[in-house]
Design a protein around this ligand. Sequence first.
Ligand code: PEP
Ligand code: MG
Length: 889
Amino acid sequence: PKYVYEFSEGNKDLKDLLGGKGANLAEMTNLGLPVPPGFTITTDACRHYLEHGAMPDGLDDAIAASLATLESAMGKRLGQADDPLLVSVRSGAKFSMPGMMETVLNIGLNDESVEGLAAQSGNERFAWDSYRRLIQMFGKTVQDIDGELFETAIEQVKAQKNITNDLDLDAADLRKLVEVFKGIVAEQTGGEFPGDPRRQLDLAVKAVFTSWNAPRAVLYRRQERIPADLGTAVNICSMVFGNLGMDSGTGVAFTRDPASGQQGVYGDYLQNAQGEDVVAGVRNTVPLADLERLDAHSYNELLAIMETLENHYRDLCDIEFTIERGKLWMLQTRVGKRTAAAAFRIADQLVDQGMITLDEAVLRVTGDQLAQLMFPRFDETAERRRLGRGMNASPGAAVGKAVFDSYTAVKWSRSGENVILCRRETNPDDLEGMIAARGILTSRGGKTSHAAVVARGMGKTCVCGAEELDVDTKNRRLTGPSGETIEEGDVISIDGTTGEVFLGEVPVVSSPIVRYFDGEIDPASDQADDLVRAVHRIMHYVDAARRLYVRANADSAEDAARARRMGAQGIGLCRTEHMFLGDRRQLVERLILADTDKEQQEALASLLPLQRDDFIEILESMDGLPVTVRLLDPPLHEFLPDITELSVRVAVAEARGEKHENDLRLLQAVHRLHEQNPMLGLRGVRLGLVVPGLFTMQVRAIAQAAAERTRQGGRPRPEIMIPLVGTVQELEIIRDESLRVLREVGEEYGVELDFPVGTMIELPRAALTAGQIAENAAFFSFGTNDLTQTVWGFSRDDVEASFFSAYLEKGVFGISPFESLDIDGVGRLIRIAVEEGRAARPGIKLGICGEHGGDPASVHFFHQVGLDYVSCSPFRVPVARLEAGRAAA
Ligand code: PEP
Ligand code: MG
């Protein structure tokens, strides 16, 4: 295979092979933009190296050939003593992993070529600074030397000279540092810093390959669900220098604001600096707009290039560039990450500008982003004390206790605390703490600093660069501009939408997007801002485009009404168990304790009107739309008092000689109903078969409620659903009884009650015998919670809190199968049941009502497999609508 591609040979669609950076460098090269020449080593080569521990055959020659081409294009050789070609060696995987993998700059410098570089540039300081950077970066990333050793050496020189700024180190200081650094290398590795340029290059390439499996990279991939076996490409690019003086510099730019989506000029620029200085946020940058004043020519060229790129990619692009003595160079571009609000706004603007169609626009936003926009935010009318302000790096409202290191963030959050991670700046070692925290606050670095980029990627609230705050990580303290102090554990509130930081807890309010979905904000009125209008336009479009219907899981009239406002087209699961709690528990106790048929009938008779009234309300809320009512599912002991409590009560009463007959009977019942494994015990359809009259009472209540609604002029559309069926025989018995009750009540009321009776598919056996079951079921609804539980043999109530974190850490799965459907296992059963169910009963209605109904990836699967609807909690309804539309687009 071809392991090396010149930039001019690739294009943006080769991300699998060339990584994102390499593919886009190639694309820019072919667009005629000023990209320093270079070449890319493929991910194939990386995978080979990681698998075999050795470079593939032919790679060495391919690198030599491309290097020779590069050298002849540049008119100088790598590391040439009197005029060296220098190159950068940068990682670049298919998916961007900011700061997770390695980069080495200035490859090609050694004791001779540093003099050549000094002579050629006429800048001795620059040459020695570049050399010490090479030894430092090479030492850290290739030779695994603790970076602190180099930092400390720099600090010592600065202290001796009594200076604080790196820029005040002169050529002689840097020359001295190079010697010190070489000493560190010798001491730490027992060898010399390699002066041979080609050897430097080869070692750097291997280090980049190896960094694919660095712990922080592994963790990041798991978090972002990036496959572990992709490998990284390596880009070898001729160096251009932003640190040649004040007419040089380096920066990052966005074609639109990645936080808000507004059009304009966004970015940061740093004079006299080399690439990583900006992203690391170690020195403070100026806004990109200031570049116009500093270097109008480069600024105008950059703006023109940004326009070219946006028109070419038809999307927001982010860019890294360097200016070397007034000449602009493009070092990187890609379709940029953005916040949820920016995603909707940009998609909407691009449609307006005729750049993309609405069909494309729906693919530019996701259900996860929509869910983020539905998060609550701080109440602007509440009293609040502002501590300071930074940059609005990633939106949201986060409240928590201030912590100052990653370790404490993880520890406290494990014990249930909400924490805000406060750092001067973050680096990849802070990743775990960032994941654990509710929000992230830094006092340094811009919107492109590590903290900002990573937080946006995770959808986590972040305020960065709050310079008026002094973050003292050593003493675990944060000090405000007027001397207010926040100690570790004190509560603060951070607003990632405005960049504000508040003392104490600020109350949060619902988001305008939720108010829009709730019908409180009319998208056509001037109450609606451009974000509401963008969301409205896209939702309107996906509703027309999707094939899946979206229903809600709701078991009260209130939830039903809310779900309907959110766009639910019916109820896919009305659980009836809550209707037996509260005051009604006593009636259930009477039912369970009944010794005679008569007592049992009386208990059921007293439950009937209560149930009927519940159903009347729900059917009214969902008038005209289907309401799937599930007959009682949980084991009966859930309705009885706790066994320990009850035993104590009985014992105490006994000791005091008090009357306790009733409690004693209850206790006996609890013992009788006690099961080792209640989720696999007497529940679901099994209750209907062994507790006489229970299910028929529920069906009667549904039938009477529907008859009442019809009398009131409504259009009730209940559907009766039988849970936990494993064999068609169970279903047949309950179905026949149900149809009989419907007929009886219909005759009583003189109305036709011809409602569908169907079943849940939530046991593997039900899925595997779906053909038989379908003959007796008007519909199937997949109960993917129980189906996941029974397919994996995972207790759904226990495992997530017990060993799932270990499973996620070890990469057994990337996400809990209770959260996102296990398509290979559970999904396979669903596929079988859909096929065999449809074959046996063409036109059978198929839905899903487990938690997966509101999970974006799962919704796409349900669309593909051909279900008719998904049902999810009311708040997820908009997310499911959007994803159903995206699946169909
Ligand atoms: C299911 O099992 O997926 C389901 C919807 O039912 P429940 O969660 O009530 O068991
Ligand atoms: Mg279930």
